[in-house]
Structures are given as C-alpha cells and as structure tokens.
Write a protein that binds this ligand. Structure first.
Ligand code: ADP
Ligand code: MG
Ligand code: MG
Length: 937
C-alpha cells in the first residue's frame, strides 16, 4: 500500500476527482473542490485500501496508519491555528464515510468529534455561546455512543425528555401533562438552555457508563480512533449490505473515511446548513434548487425533523438558472412565507456566492451536482459535491438539455441515462378525469402513480408484499432502517421531511412514487389520522386510515387519494423522443416486442418496436369464448373430433392475426405455434370440471380420467412445443392456416405483411422438416384458395442445449433462430424457473451467480450455447437471422451482451421497448469505444 492518507486544504489537495476508487466519491469531491479554490474545511481521507487492509487483518488498522493520522492532524492544526484536544483553541472534526458509489445515509457520520468537558468549556469561551458548545457536545455524545459504543439512541430519549422538562420549568411552561411529541414541540432543541444541556451531558455519560461498564472516552485521540474504526465497520452493517445488494455494489470496494475540520451552521441566525442541486432532480428543469435551515447542523435538513426552507425566491427576479448563474424572471407563483425564509432573502451574499459555486461545479463536472453546504456566521463552506441522483424523467431532460447547451455531446447524453431508470417514465399516471377523493397534499418527491394497502412499518411492508399485495409504506419520516420496506412497497408517504429527505432521495433512486412532508397526516399507533382541509385551507374534519386500507399516491403532484384511482398510459416527453432518436441513430441491434394481441402490438409500435419477435398463440386460447373449443379439441377422442373443434377456433385465431398484422403493417411478425402442454388448458378445480362436464356432455369421471392421463411429472420437459405437432399435426395445421389466411386477407387490403412462423422446442432437424412440410402444404392450399401468395419465413426457437449444439442441421430447415432464453436458461442450468424461488436467492447471496440468471443472462453458460448456435447456424446458412425473445431481451446488461454477440434483434415486452432501444444504443457506443478511438467524434 502506497500511502494511506490524502490531505486537502487551503487550495491544495493530494487527490483529485479521478480517484474515486481510492478516495471514495466524497473524498474525491472534497479534494477536487479544494483544488478549484472553493471554500472547503480542510481535512484528510483514509483510502479504501486502508479499509480493505483493515478487514484483511481481522479489523485492525494497518501498521503506520496511526502515525500518518497523527501527522495529518498536525497539518490541520497548523493550517487552522487550533489544536486537537486543546481547550484553548479546540479543533473539532467530523468523521465521514464515503464509498466509491454514493450510498446516501447508508453509513454513519460523526460530527463534533474531539470533545470532553474542558474542551466544551473552551469552545463556549471561543464562540461566545455556551448553549452552542453544550448542544454540540451532547449531540456528539449521542451519535458517538450510538455508532461507536453501540448504545442505541433511544436509550437517551428519557434523558432528553428530562432536559426538556427542566428547560420548560425554567421557561415557566407547564409541561406536566404533555406527551413526548407535545413536549418536543413546546420545547424544541433550540430552547434547551445551558443548564439543562449541562445536566443532559452528565446524564448521557452516566447512561454510557451503565450500558458499557466504562466511562465515555474523554481522550479526543481515542475518540478519533474509535470513530475511524466504526466508519470502516459500517461498510458491513445491515443497511449498507441491503443497499449494496440492490445497487450491485461489490463488497470488495470498501469505503474511504474522511476526517474533516468542523464548521458550524448552528452558531445562530447568521448560520445555517443546506443541500442543493444544480438542476431540479425531480423534473430536470434547469434551475438552481435546494433547501436549507437556519441555525442548524449536519443532518438536520435531510433528517426531516424540521421542514426546511427553499434556497431561492420563487417570484420574478428570484431564483437562478443553473450553470450560467444568471437570475431569471420566473413565473409569479411566489409563496410569501417561503420567499421570506429563503436563503436568497435571508443571506443574499452567501446565496450569491453559492450560486456562483454551483455554476462553477456544474461546468467543471459537466453534470448535475448535488451539494452540501454550511454557512458559519455568514461564511460559506462546501462539504460535499457529487453527481446528483435524479428521477428517470430528470435524467432524460438533463442529458438532452446539456447536449443542446453544448456541455456534453449527444453520445455522452445517450450514455448518461440509465436505461433502467426510464422505465418509470413509461408507466401509467393518475387519470385526471377519473372520480377520486383527495385526502391530502404533500411534496411531489418522486413521480409516478401507486396504489396499495397502507402499512406502517418496513417489516409489515415486506411481509404483505411477500404475499403478493401492493403496499404503500406510510411513516412519519423514513430512516435507513426502512430500506427493505421501501423496496417492497409500491410507494412511500411521509408526514415530515422535504424534497431532499431520506424518503425522497431513496424513493427517487428506486424509481418509486413518493409523497413526502405531508403535514396533514399524523401517524401513530398503527393508524394514520388525516386532517381534511377545505379550499381556503381551513380544517374541516379528519379521517382515520388503518393498515390495509387502500390509498393512491401521485408522486408527480404530491397528492394522496383515498382508495384506488384509475391510471392512464404514459405520455413521452419531447426530450425523451429526442434522446431516443439520437439512440436509434447509433444503435445496431433491432428492437422488437413480444405481443400477443392487437392491443399489445399497438402499444409496442407506439413505443418504437420494429416488429414482433414473439406472438404467443396460446394466450389467444384462454379467452372465454375460445377455451371451450380448445377443451373440446383436447377431449375429442379421434382426429375427426379434434378437427371439428379446431375448425371452431380457426376464425378466432385468424381474426387475432388480422388485427396484429394490421397494427404491425410493414414490419415482421413472428408467430410461435402452440407451445404449452395441453393439460394446462383443462379446468383446474372441481367446480369448473363439473361445468365443463355438463357443457360437453362428457361425464365428470371421464373428464377426471382424461385430465389425469394428460398430467405430467415435469411439464416443462413434457409433451409440449413441436412435440404436440408430431402427435397431433392438425393443431399446427389449423394455426398455420389461420396465420396465412390472415396474411392474405391483410395483404389483399393493400397492407404489407411479413409473417414469420416459429416452431417451439425443436432439437432435431427431422422435427423441423416435418413441421415445415406441414406449414408449406397448408400455405400452398391457402395461396391457391386466395389466389395470392405472401412471403412467409419459417424458423425455430432455440430453447434446448441440443438445439444449440445441432444448430448447423437446424439451420438447413430454419430461416431464423430465436433464442428462447427463459427455457434455454432452465434447460441449460437444469433449474425450473417456477421452483427456483426457494433457493436461487441463496445462490445469488453466496455469489454462485452474480445475478439471477433468469433476469440477467448467464453469459458464460447460456451465452456459450448462444454463440455455438450462432456460429454453427450461420455457417450452414449465411445471413441466418438471430433474435432473442424472453425476459433477457429487455434487460440492459443482457442487451449489452447480445450486441457483443452480434445478434440481429432483441424482443421484449412493450413497455421495455424504449429501455431496450436506449440500452442497445449504449451497447453499440460501448462496443465501439472498446474497439478503439474513432477518427472524429
Ligand atoms: P452522508 O453521506 O450521509 O451525507 P456526510 O458525511 O455527508 O454523510 O455528513 C452528514 C452531514 O454532516 C451532512 O449534512 C454534512 O454536510 C455534515 N457534515 C459533515 N462534515 C461536516 C463538517 N466538517 N462540518 C460541518 N458539517 C459537516
Ligand atoms: Mg447524509
Ligand atoms: Mg453527505
């Protein structure tokens, strides 16, 4: 290990923005800002390598690191003219974690470290505020005890309550009948006087002694060592693990640890702290945006305990555009109270400086930045900058606008947007016309509509979601312990907290609907009371919502409705169309959709599908009117009976295909002939069986016998796919006829059709030869009857390892292959997708598979078969068309592989089509840059 510590301060830094891997995002950002001459409190970063070495040595700091820390503290001391551990000129520090990828609120930060009784007294003298010094001290003890000493925060609740009562008595407030929440409202932290705080500090120390058996560490150096170790330990705490897993962050990255001189936003009304975004993280609008609190420290803004104020005035002349930093004349929608409390109004100089800094940072990093700042007695300090998290909608708008502004290229814009995040743009929103009952309004923290049952705890959210219920997690505010519940919920509603509260930030990251800071609700004892206001803002009554009741959130407007509200399909923004247009221009892979009905086909086409890659005919069979004929066919004893029943199905199937061909005019439509085993179509329960027995005139007993006869031990590997056609060719004959008659009919109407008939589950050349002859025979008949020919391609799915191995032979019969990667994964791994739920999670957890192979293609295994089939197939038939249908066709990382593997197209569900178009473009750009630099860009 080269060096363990990177120092930053006074305009110079050992590290820079490029060193995120080593310094973590926070450390790299602090170093870079320092280099840019932006005011940052000095400090130093212990690298991620130190963290990894710490774990490798069994949680021991590597030799020499302590000395380096001591030297760095010395540098800080001489820079600031203060001394760590000295009551005369105390140096206090924060100890902050910071991994390579940002993990908001996932790890623990300790503020105001380096205190004991004498130092607190010294700090009081130096700042002239005893109250401030004692408040900082008691907060430090609380956090340090919780994070480093393992004495949970709530153990101190009672002591804090006592301090409030002491203060109340001194203030002459009668607190005898107030509960904890009321007491906190009457005597907030800011009213705790020095005497109450001093008593609180001593009580907290007693609690620590009682809980740990040792006194609270008074030696600042011992405190620092403990805190650094705790930061490294926090890399492996439960919530960090959950977050890492959700975001595919490898454990091996480790976290860096930043030790930084404290600045204080809680030194009075000329101080404050806040967070800011260079553009709106929710909509992407180019305006400087953020929140702050006067006289507050650290997490106060994001913790959601006090509701923060806006940074900018909203009225004409208020606010600033990002990047440029010029003031803009906004629309006059000003809310006077908000305006008066804005940073712009309260501290115009610090605000102007902040506006200049944010513009500089956005220009420098060429992306939207998320900033943390503190103002200490009028003086501005930046404490963090990083690439800001944003909604999918904001990501698209920011990328497109930055490309238009010339800040980034179109190619960069394409690569900037995470394809997974645009999913949320494509999902339905509230139907504004539908009748609905407005319950309350909060902040529009993360867009999208979500309906679900109300739950009040993360565990309950997880439990009910596990039973397949849609749930909305309702909390006063969320904290990192709620992550698993937020993940399980469809949406999140909080009573407190702003647009940058934990709930808002995490929900946006997850692409979940969130309404935050909904002050009309109050949550307690397993129910939520909602105050109802009339249009003048007068409370007119209240409603109680209990666990299990349905509510609907509109995260785009902040509205909360009672009950389920209907939704309407997504409307895509102009920016989105523009971005996807740029993507289409660089993409090589074609994108088709899986669509079984004319309606799905239309949706797919609207989303830009370039054909249908998989039209499953069996879904057409389940329709009320048709299932009867299907069952009749299955139950018929001989071929003649089967043909009679199939004749009834023919017009239905033909009608469906006519609809699909019309929707997809001019584009290829791949239709798969019947695939599932026949018993899937028989009634599953006794009542249905009785009913069927009456209507087909076959005894229930006989039906049961037939049903048992068809039952299989392993349907996935049973009598299905083209195996059905080998035993009962008349089924495929009917389907081929329906397809070809429909094609002729649509062609006769002057509409271009491109049917592709696809045989499922083949593995031998002979199966294809037989089914092909069958299809061609029907085709000749139909063409003769209709007096016209249409071009029809014949191909097969590749779903079995044998099919991939024998691809050379299969390609002699098939004009195209479509890899059915769901079944190909099942058959290659020998894992049934339906049974995998019980153990696949453990496989992923144990690192046996990096990801669920049914979601993200198993490239080394299944991919090898795909490549084998590709090579053998194309050798036998040059120009053989190769596609993918199956979940993987819509998975961005799998799409990256399909691009590299040189396939022709992917096919995915209609809503995934834009995701796939973007992912395919990114894959093409990535593949291109891997091949080497282009002559021009
Ligand atoms: P997180 O990654 O959870 O945001 P941070 O390390 O950024 O954690 O710190 C938590 C809070 O404490 C932030 O609001 C940050 O701005 C504030 N903070 C951290 N270090 C300092 C410092 N040296 N002086 C003042 N405030 C600080
Ligand atoms: Mg934080
Ligand atoms: Mg932070």
């Amino acid at each position: 290990m080269a060096r363990s510590i990177y120092f930053f301060g006074a305009g110079q830094a050992d590290g820079d923005a490029q060193q995120k891997d080593l310094l973590g995002g926070k450390g790299a950002g602090l170093a870079e800002m320092t280099r840019l001459g932006i005011p940052v409190p000095p400090g130093f970063t212990l690298t991620t390598e130190v963290c990894n070495a710490y774990y490798a040595a069994g949680k021991v700091l590597p030799a020499g690191v302590e000395d380096e820390i001591e030297a760095a503290i010395g540098r800080l001391e001489s820079l600031l003219g203060a001394r760590f551990g000295s009551p005369e000129a105390p140096l206090l520090v924060s100890v902050r974690s910071g991994a390579r990828a940002s993990m908001p609120g996932m790890m623990d930060t300790i503020l105001n470290l380096g205190m004991n009784d004498e130092i607190a007294a010294g700090l009081a003298r130096r700042t002239g505020s005893e109250r401030f010094a004692l408040d900082a001290y008691r907060r430090f003890i609380l956090t340090y005890s919780d994070i480093v000493l393992g004495v949970p925060r709530d153990r101190f609740e009672e002591a804090l309550g006592r301090a409030r009562r002491d203060a109340a008595a001194r203030l002459g407030v009668d607190a005898t009948r107030l509960n904890a929440a009321e007491l906190e409202r009457k005597v907030p932290d800011s009213l705790l006087d020095p005497a109450s705080l001093a008593a609180l500090v001593q009580r907290q120390k007693e609690i620590v002694l009682g809980a740990t058996g040792s006194p609270f560490p008074d030696d600042p150096r011992a405190q620092l060592g403990g805190a650094i170790r705790a930061v490294f330990d926090s890399w492996n705490n439960h919530r960090a693990q959950v977050y890492r897993k959700m975001h595919d962050i490898p454990e091996a990255w480790g976290t860096a640890c930043n030790v930084q001189a404290m600045v204080f936003g809680n030194l009075g009304d000329d101080s404050g702290t806040g967070v800011a975004f260079t553009r709106d993280p929710s909509t992407g609008e180019r305006r400087f945006y953020g929140e702050w609190l006067p006289n507050a420290q650290g997490e106060d803004v994001v913790a959601g305990v006090r509701t923060p104020h806006p940074l900018s005035r909203s009225g004409p002349g208020g606010g600033a555009t990002s990047g440029g930093g010029a003031t803009s004349g906004g629309v006059a929608t000003s809310d006077d109270a908000d305006d008066a409390s804005s940073l712009e109004a309260r501290m115009p100089e610090a605000y102007a400086q902040l506006v200049a800094v944010q513009a500089r940072l956005e220009q420098h990093f060429r992306d939207m930045q998320d900033l943390e700042f503190t103002i200490q007695r009028g003086e501005l300090f930046l404490l963090q900058c990083r690439t800001g998290k944003r909604t999918g909608r904001a990501a698209v708008r920011i990328a497109v606008e930055m490309a238009r502004e010339g800040l980034i290229s179109q190619r960069e814009a394409i690569l900037r947007v995470d394809p997974g995040s645009i999913d949320q743009l494509l999902h339905p929103s509230i139907d504004e016309g539908a009748p609905k009952r407005l319950l309350a309004r909060g902040l529009p923290a993360s867009p999208g509509a979500a309906t679900g049952q109300v739950v009040f705890s993360a565990d309950e959210a997880e439990r009910r979601a596990g039973q397949g219920k849609a749930v909305i997690l309702v909390r006063s505010e969320t904290s990192p312990e709620d992550i698993h519940g937020m993940k399980a919920a469809r949406g999140v509603l909080t009573a407190r907290g702003g647009m940058t509260s934990h709930a808002a930030v995490v929900a946006r990251g997850m692409g979940k609907s969130c309404v935050a800071g909904c002050s009309a609700i109050s949550v307690s004892q397993g129910q939520m009371a909602v105050t109802i206001y009339d249009e003048h803002g007068h409370a007119t009554g209240s409603i109680t919502v209990k666990a299990g009741d349905l509510i609907t959130l509109d995260g785009g407007t902040g509205r909360v409705y009672l009950g389920a509200v209907p939704t309407v399909p997504a409307a895509l923004s102009g920016e989105f169309e523009e971005l996807i247009g740029w993507a289409d221009a660089v993409r090589r892979l074609r994108v088709r959709s899986n669509a079984d009905t004319p309606h799905d086909a239309r949706t797919a086409r609207n989303f830009g599908a370039e054909g249908i890659g998989l039209c499953r005919t069996e879904h057409m069979f389940f329709d009320e009117e048709r299932i009867h004929a299907v069952r009749e066919m299955i139950l018929a004893d001989g071929e003649a009976g089967r043909r009679r029943a199939l004749a009834k199905l023919l017009p239905f199937q033909r009608g469906d295909f006519v609809g699909v061909f019309r929707e997809m005019a001019g584009l290829p439509v791949t239709i798969r002939l019947l695939d599932p085993p026949l018993h899937e179509f028989l009634p599953q329960d006794e009542a249905q069986l009785e009913q069927l027995s009456r209507s087909v005139g076959v005894s229930a007993k006989e039906l049961r016998r037939k049903s048992q006869e068809l039952a299989e031990y392993n349907p996935m590997l049973g009598h299905r796919g083209c195996r059905l056609a080998i035993t009962s060719p008349e089924i495929y004959e009917m389907q081929a006829r329906a397809i070809l008659e429909a094609a002729c009919e649509v062609a006769a109407a002057g509409i271009e059709v491109e049917p592709e008939i696809m045989i499922p589950l083949s593995m031998t050349r002979r199966e294809l030869a037989i089914t092909r002859a069958l299809v061609e025979g029907v085709a000749e008949q139909v063409f003769a009857e209709k007096g016209r020919r249409v071009d029809v391609r014949f191909g097969t799915m590749i779903e079995l390892p044998r099919a991939a191995i024998m691809a050379g032979e299969l390609a002699e019969e098939a004009e195209f292959f479509s890899f059915g990667t769901n079944d190909l994964t099942q058959t290659t791994l020998g894992i049934s997708r339906d049974d995998a739920g019980r153990f696949l999670g453990a496989y992923v957890e144990a690192g046996i598979f990096a990801k669920d192979p049914f979601q993200s293609l198993d490239v080394p295994g299944v991919g090898a078969l795909i490549e084998l089939a590709r090579d053998r197939g194309r050798a036998a038939r040059p120009g053989l068309k190769l596609g993918i249908c199956g979940e993987h066709g819509g998975d961005p990382s799998s799409i990256g592989y399909f691009e590299r593997a040189g396939l022709d197209y992917v096919s995915c569900s209609p809503f995934r089509v834009p995701v796939a178009r973007l992912a395919a473009a990114q894959a093409a750009l990535t593949a291109e840059s891997a091949r080497g630099p282009r002559a021009t860009d």
